[in-house]
Design a protein around this ligand. Sequence first.
Ligand SMILES: C[S@@+](CC[C@H](N)C(=O)[O-])C[C@H]1O[C@@H](n2cnc3c(N)ncnc32)[C@H](O)[C@@H]1O
Length: 270
Amino acid sequence: MTDQPGWAPPGVDIKRANPARVYDYWLGGSHNFLADQDLGRAMAAIEPNVRAITQANRAYLGRAVRFLAAAGIRQFLDIGSGIPTEANVHQVAQQASPGSRVAYADIDPVAIAHSKAILAGNENAAIFEADLREPEKILANEGIRRLVDFSEPTGLLLVAVLHFIADADDPWRIVATLRGALAPGSYLVISHGTDENNPSLARAAEKLYNRGASTQAHARSRAQIQRLFEGFDLVDPGLVYVPLWRPGSPADVPSDPSMLANLAGVAKKT
Ligand SMILES: C[S@@+](CC[C@H](N)C(=O)[O-])C[C@H]1O[C@@H](n2cnc3c(N)ncnc32)[C@H](O)[C@@H]1O
């Protein structure tokens, strides 16, 4: 697909792959272009687990939202929410507790346009254009504040997005700024690509991805990812490979979970 299709918002650069659309491609979605598919396939050639990684990440997101709903969280801020795909956060949250509110935020015009289309008429969920590198603007966004009352406990979701923030943009400061706005009893949900298990594969994948994509990815060490949780208390089982975070069944855990290359953790602000 090289022509601009009707559903794509004007001005979208379809010639260069980007994180939202490559991820959509790996998940089997249809909101991606040839450049995204080419990069997705090239990545799969050097990291054959790449589809399993995205599916495991998505399943973790669902489990974490159900965990937060069971803990009484009724409002969510999902930054880097991506191109909508079942089951979306508002579907999971509202199934667990009708009336739960979800503010989605993303930087990608395709993610924003498609989210707007599926959320039209939904009073309790909306998408906002936002850059995670500007957390103060996110916290001041009037639309987000209409859905999320920061004086009440909030579920802050930063799932598979912080590895798109460079060290120079200080992801630790960004998370700390967001933490400062959260009421006690709020939760932070993170998954993050790591180079812990196979550094040479991680570097090769990063190099290939960063040559083709509009946004650079940065796999990090366990210690660097752990530091994102400063000021929060990790709930059991702590920071673990994604499939090990409260799996629905032992059969969902592969024999070597570290092959899924993302660490996940849910933590509470006390
Ligand atoms: C891999 S997808 C993850 C989607 C979803 N959170 C999930 O885990 O299924 C990463 C998303 O982060 C978004 N993103 C990347 N950099 C961002 C930034 N600086 N601000 C906001 N969103 C960003 C991308 O557009 C993309 O939709």
